[in-house]
Design a protein around this ligand. Structure first.
Ligand code: AMP
Length: 316
C-alpha cells in the first residue's frame, strides 16, 4: 500500500523537508504544516522542516522555516499539493536522497518515487489525515495538526460547497474538530476580507460579461487592484465571486500582472470541465477549478471564446 511506503520512508529518514506550491492556499499550507506537525509529534527526535517562499496573507495560518542547502544532504523531501515541478516552492526539492509527491490534482507530471495522487480526495489535507490514520499511531494528530488540516479542507471545498466534498471528507472534518482548536474562529478568519477586497468584488460584479448560456468573464486591470491597495494574493478573494450568480455556469478572471508578466487566469465551473482550456493556456488544475496564463488581449479573447463555446455546447 502506498501509505505504508510513505510511512516507512518517514521512519527511515532523520531529516524531512516538506514543500508545497508557490502562491500557497490553505490546502498547500494545511497539508504541509499538518504533516510536519504529525511527524514531529510522532518522532520528536527527527528534524522536520516546512519550507517555501512567502505565504502572503496566510501568515496567520502557517510560517516557513529557513534551512541551509546542506540540510538536504541525505534527507527525505515530501512535496504536498503540487501537480507540476515548476510550481514547487523552493527549487531545492530535488536535492534530497528521496522525493515523495502527495497530491490530488491530475498527475500530469509524476515526479517523485513514490507518487501518491488521489484525484477523488477533496484536498491533500484530507489525504494527510488518511496517512495519519494508516500509520498505526506512528504519526500523531495533535490539535495543531488538526487545525491546519481542517483549514486545508475548508479552503479546497469552499466550506464544503464544491462537489469534491464526499461523505469521507465530512467524516474527516468531524474527526478533526474533536481536537482542541476553535473551528468557528478559523472559519471566521478564512471568511474575512478587507474593505478593499470587498470593493474588488464589487468591481467584478459591475464589470462581468455573461453570455446567454452562462459563461462569465472579467478583466481586472493592474491599476484597479493596485489602486485599491491590494496585493496579488489578496485579489484571489474575488475568484469565487461570479459563481454566486444563478446565471453563471463557468467563469474566468483575467488578472493583469506587474512588469508585463502574463495575466493570471482563474477558471471555475459549476459543471462543464474547464481544465482542458487551462492546459491549452500554460496552466492546469482540477476539472472545475483551474488556473492558466494569458499573454495579451488576444489570448484573453481566445480563452473567453473557448469558455463561451464550452458552456454553450454543454447546455445543448
Ligand atoms: P487558482 O485559480 O490559482 O486558485 O488555481 C486553481 C487550481 O489550478 C489550483 O489547484 C492550482 O494548482 C491550479 N493552477 C493554477 N495555475 C496553474 C498553472 N499555471 N499551472 C498548473 N496548474 C495551475
Amino acid at each position: 500500500m502506498i501509505q505504508s511506503a510513505i510511512i516507512d520512508a518517514i521512519r527511515q529518514y532523520d531529516t524531512i523537508l516538506i514543500h508545497r506550491h508557490v502562491n500557497p492556499d490553505p490546502d498547500a499550507l494545511g497539508s504541509q504544516g499538518g504533516l510536519a506537525e504529525a511527524i514531529r509529534a510522532g518522532f520528536p527526535t527527527k528534524k522536520v522542516y516546512q519550507v517555501g517562499g512567502p505565504v502572503g496573507n496566510l501568515d496567520w495560518l502557517a510560517q516557513m522555516q529557513t534551512v541551509p542547502d546542506a540540510t538536504y544532504a541525505g534527507a527525505l523531501v515530501i512535496v504536498c499539493d503540487t501537480a507540476n515541478q515548476p510550481r514547487i516552492s523552493d527549487a531545492r526539492y530535488p536535492q534530497g536522497a528521496m522525493l515523495i509527491k502527495i497530491d490530488h490534482h491530475p498527475n500530469d507530471d509524476a515526479y517523485g518515487d513514490p507518487t501518491w495522487v488521489d484525484e477523488a480526495a477533496s484536498s491533500v489535507s484530507e489525504l494527510i489525515y488518511d496517512l495519519i490514520q494508516a500509520s498505526d499511531g506512528a504519526l500523531k494528530l495533535t490539535a495543531a495538526a488538526a487545525r491546519l488540516l481542517y483549514a486545508g479542507i475548508v479552503g479546497d471545498t469552499g466550506r464544503f460547497l464544491f462537489n469534491n466534498t464526499s461523505p469521507h471528507t465530512l467524516n474527516v472534518a468531524a474527526e478533526l474538530i474533536k481536537q482542541d482548536f476553535d473551528p468557528t474562529a478559523l472559519n471566521n478568519r478564512m471568511n474575512q476580507i478587507t474593505f478593499a477586497q470587498a470593493k474588488l468584488q464589487s468591481y467584478v460584479f459591475m464589470h462581468l460579461n455573461v453570455t446567454e448560456a452562462g459563461a462569465a468573464t472579467v478583466v481586472i486591470p493592474l491599476e484597479v487592484w493596485q489602486g485599491l491597495g491590494l496585493t496579488a494574493d489578496q485579489v484571489h478573494a474575488a475568484v469565487g465571486t461570479p459563481g454566486r450568480l444563478g446565471e453563471v455556469v463557468a467563469w474566468a478572471l483575467f488578472v493583469q500582472q506587474p512588469d508585463d508578466a502574463p495575466y493570471r487566469v482563474n477558471l471555475r465551473s459549476k459543471g462543464p470541465i474547464i481544465n482542458d482550456i487551462a492546459r491549452a493556456h500554460n496552466g492546469g488544475g482540477h476539472p472545475l477549478a483551474s488556473g492558466a496564463k494569458a499573454q495579451d488581449a488576444a489570448e484573453i479573447a481566445a480563452i473567453t471564446a473557448e469558455l463561451a463555446a464550452l458552456v454553450a455546447n454543454d447546455k445543448e
